[in-house]
Every structure is written in C-alpha cells, then in structure tokens.
Write a protein that binds this ligand. Structure first.
Ligand code: ARG
Length: 258
C-alpha cells in the first residue's frame, strides 16, 4: 500500500519533469501534430496489438475492429486517437493510472475487473475456445483435465483455465500467438483463447483445429478509470455508431461471415 503511494508520487514527479523538459522544444520536434497524451483533444487508447482481428499490426500501423471502432468513436467526440501498444496485463493499470484514457483490446467484462475500472456498454460477444492439433485426442473441455494448456497472460482464458484445471497445468505466454507456436511444437496440449483470434491463428497455421464446444461466452467492452466522465460520452457514440451501421461495417471488414 505504502509502496504504491510512493510509486505514484514518483510517477507524478517524473511526468511533471518530462512535461517541463518537452515543453521548450515540443513544438519544433512535433510540428503541428500535437499528439501527446496530455493533450485535451487526444484520446489515448491502451491496447495489446497481438489479437487479430481486433488489434494487430499491419506493417507498423495498428489496425483491427477495436482500432477502427475507437477511431470512429474519437471522431464522434471531436477528438484525435492515439494508440499505445502494451502487454495485455498492463492495460488496466495504464487506465487506472491515467496513462491512457481508455482500454480497447477485446477486453472481457468481469466482476473482478469491475472493481478496478469502469466499463462501457458491451459492443461484442466473445467466446473462449479450445485450439488443439488436428490429431489430438482432446474432443471437449472434459478432456482437458490434467493436460497442459497455453493461454495469454492475464486474459480471461488464463483466469478460467487456472481456476478450473489448476495452476500447474497452465502455461502463460505474453502473446496468444506464442501459445499457438508452443502447441505446434508439441510442448503443450491445447490453447484456450478468444474465438476470433483463434480462427485467425488456425487459418495461418496448418495442422490445428478449434473444438466445436466452446469453453465460455463473454462480453467485450472498453474500460476506463473509475468514475471517468468519458464513459457516458463513449456509450452515446457506441450507440449511434451501432445504429447507423458504422460498427457493422467495421466488423464486416475484419470478420467474414462463414
Ligand atoms: N477477452 C480476453 C480478456 O479480456 C482476452 C483479450 C486479449 N486481448 C488482447 N488484445 N490481447 O481477457
């Protein structure tokens, strides 16, 4: 507790110093594009761009449903969007600490996270699914007992699998794709991850399949610092972009109906 307090004081001090340091030459080095996170016309989005089709790199640009939807929302609010890529389990701390204005990363609403951040209305239904190799004997969640499962660190997949099958059976990776690599190398028996990234990873690699029985269904939403005034504005923007078909258009660009 005490440590946290000291840390935040140090952080505030560091920010103040760096702002002061930037102040003198910011206009020269940045030109007219003022995209610093403290600028009042810029919304800073924290994400983890390892999660196709919601957020991933296309060259050095972060694209995907969340990236485009957030840009449309920022536009509605008359603001610019700046995307900060980080580890998935850094997103909520970044939002809590004010380093980012909101988190958008296919983030599942959970009761535990609700104690840490506020969520927008949900904009998508996700599912945790199980990826195995094509020749696997695992056919349903029941067969996972005692098997080695790969997850992305700090995700709901991590939470549920650890809770249901025991910590000792879970291997945590920084990126979902690394879990899939490990499965391909035969080091683990299954990967539990959200359905759309699962489809993307399976499409990119031979010899993998997704089990028909999904593991759990969940809702995605954007997260904000507790009591942030942005939540209501963003909810209005979400509703209007859903009503006018913009959201569906963005989804259709990244997810082809099967
Ligand atoms: N829906 C899961 C969760 O909230 C996984 C999200 C992972 N997102 C990402 N951009 N890596 O825990």
């Amino acid at each position: 507790m005490k440590m946290k307090k000291i840390l935040s004081v140090v952080l505030v001090a560091a920010c103040t110093i760096s702002m002061a340091a930037c102040g003198s030459n910011a206009s020269k080095s940045n030109g007219s594009d003022n995209s610093s996170s403290d600028s009042s016309d810029t919304l800073v989005m924290a994400t983890n761009a390892e999660f196709p089709p919601y957020e991933y790199y296309d060259g050095d640009e972060i694209v995907g449903i969340d990236a485009e939807f957030a840009a449309a929302i920022a536009d509605k609010l008359g603001m610019k969007l700046k995307i900060e890529d980080m580890a998935f389990d850094s997103i909520i701390p970044a939002v809590q600490g004010g380093k980012a204005d909101f988190g958008a990363a296919g983030i599942t609403v959970t009761d535990e996270r609700k104690t840490q951040v506020d969520f927008s209305d949900s904009y998508y239904t996700g599912r945790q699914v199980i990826i195995v190799t094509e020749d696997s004997t695992i056919a349903s969640p029941d067969d996972l007992e005692g098997k080695k499962m790969g997850v992305q660190l700090g995700t709901t997949g991590d939470l549920y699998v650890s809770g249901d099958y025991g910590d000792e059976n879970v291997e945590r990776f920084n990126k979902g794709f690394e879990a899939v690599q490990s499965l391909l190398q035969g080091k683990i028996d299954a990967v539990v991850i959200d359905d759309q990234p699962a489809k993307a990873f399976v499409a990119e690699n031979d010899g993998l399949k997704i089990l028909d029985t999904e593991y759990i269904e969940e809702e995605y939403a954007f997260c904000f610092k507790k009591d942030s005034k942005l939540v209501d504005q963003v909810n209005e923007a979400i509703a209007s972009l859903q009503a006018d078909g913009t959201f569906d258009k963005i989804v259709a660009k990244y997810i082809t109906a099967e």
